[in-house]
Design a protein around this ligand. Structure first.
Ligand code: AKG
Length: 296
């Protein structure tokens, strides 16, 4: 990933969103794609404690038929959204500490003290997905300030045809109070008269946006899925104000606080095992060096 903090900051502040085309390295991208494919290939095979996090197109059509011209009988068992992704495979939990994404978040928040909220995947299944309604994310999130970022990792290219995200640049610049619960589903007729931008990008791109930006997107009528892993991150001194807590919610992977660093290391023993072994080896070598009369 090309390190370009000045552009990241200025795009985000001016437009309310930012595209980084080469955020995911190839092995990570391939692994994540395989992980999502495995879930969507056999969604009925999961035990109830995981299946409850799968939202199917057939159920969404029953709730909101206006977002799909297809009928329940035409969409099979296509998965629309995988909630609580970190519960499905440790690779998704470990994505919380993926350094390139953390580098960008640290620049945008201008702080190391930001927190993980959740990871989900909006799949936009080939041929049958629903459209995404126009919305702001803030009203869903219910936090004490609007300093939150939605960070999407695009596992396939986003194109007009497969339902790329559409944003209304500049609409993030509103206060906390004016973002109302009704902004979860904004009728076309209530949208501000500003240009709309379809965010097209290659597989492996990250698209980060302010949770107050108005966004939506078309249906996927292409032959390929459009899986985006979507993370929500809360900036410094920004806390949830509801009873709900999610998997790994509140981890602070860049925090300068040693207690928070310890929490992250202990949450991902598999990832940090190697560095713990390296530290122990270093400590043993240092001790041997002290005990040897010749220092060798
Ligand atoms: O899937 C998309 O295109 C946007 C998703 C999103 O931002 C959301 O979950 O609100």
């Amino acid at each position: 990933m090309i390190n370009d903090p000045a552009r990241w900051r200025s795009d985000y502040q001016r437009d309310g969103y930012l595209v980084i085309e080469d955020a995911l390295d190839k092995p990570t991208l391939d692994r994540l794609r395989r992980g999502i494919e495995k879930i969507t290939a056999d969604p009925d095979g999961f035990p109830p404690h995981l299946k409850r996090w799968l939202d199917f197109e057939r159920d969404f059509i029953k709730r909101k038929p206006q977002y799909n011209e297809l009928a329940v009988s035409q969409v099979g068992n296509a998965v629309r959204n995988i909630g609580e992704l970190p519960l499905f495979d440790p690779m998704f939990a470990e994505l919380i500490v993926y350094p390139p994404l953390l580098d960008v978040l640290q620049v945008l928040f201008a702080s190391t003290e930001f927190q993980f909220y959740n990871y989900k995947c909006i799949v936009k299944a080939p041929r049958v997905s629903s459209k995404s309604q126009w919305r702001r994310d803030l009203p869903y999130l219910e936090h004490s300030t609007p300093n939150l970022i939605t960070a999407m990792l695009c596992l396939d290219p986003m194109t007009e045809r497969n339902g790329a995200t559409v944003v209304l640049p500049g609409t993030h610049r509103i206060g906390h109070e004016p973002a109302k619960p009704g902004d979860k589903d904004i009728p076309e007729t209530d949208l501000p008269a500003v240009p709309r931008v379809t965010v097209t990008c290659p597989a492996g791109a990250a698209v980060l946006f302010h949770v107050n930006i108005i966004h939506g997107g078309g249906a996927n009528r292409s032959e390929h899925p459009r899986p985006n892993i979507i993370g929500i991150w809360a900036g410094p001194d920004t806390y949830p104000v509801t009873a709900s807590r999610l998997a790994y919610h509140g981890l602070m992977p860049r925090s300068a606080d040693p207690a928070r660093q310890r929490q992250v290391r202990m949450s991902f023993p598999r990832l940090f095992a190697q560095s713990a072994m390296d530290n122990a080896q270093e400590a043993r070598s240092a001790m041997c060096a002290r005990e040897s009369p010749h220092g060798g």
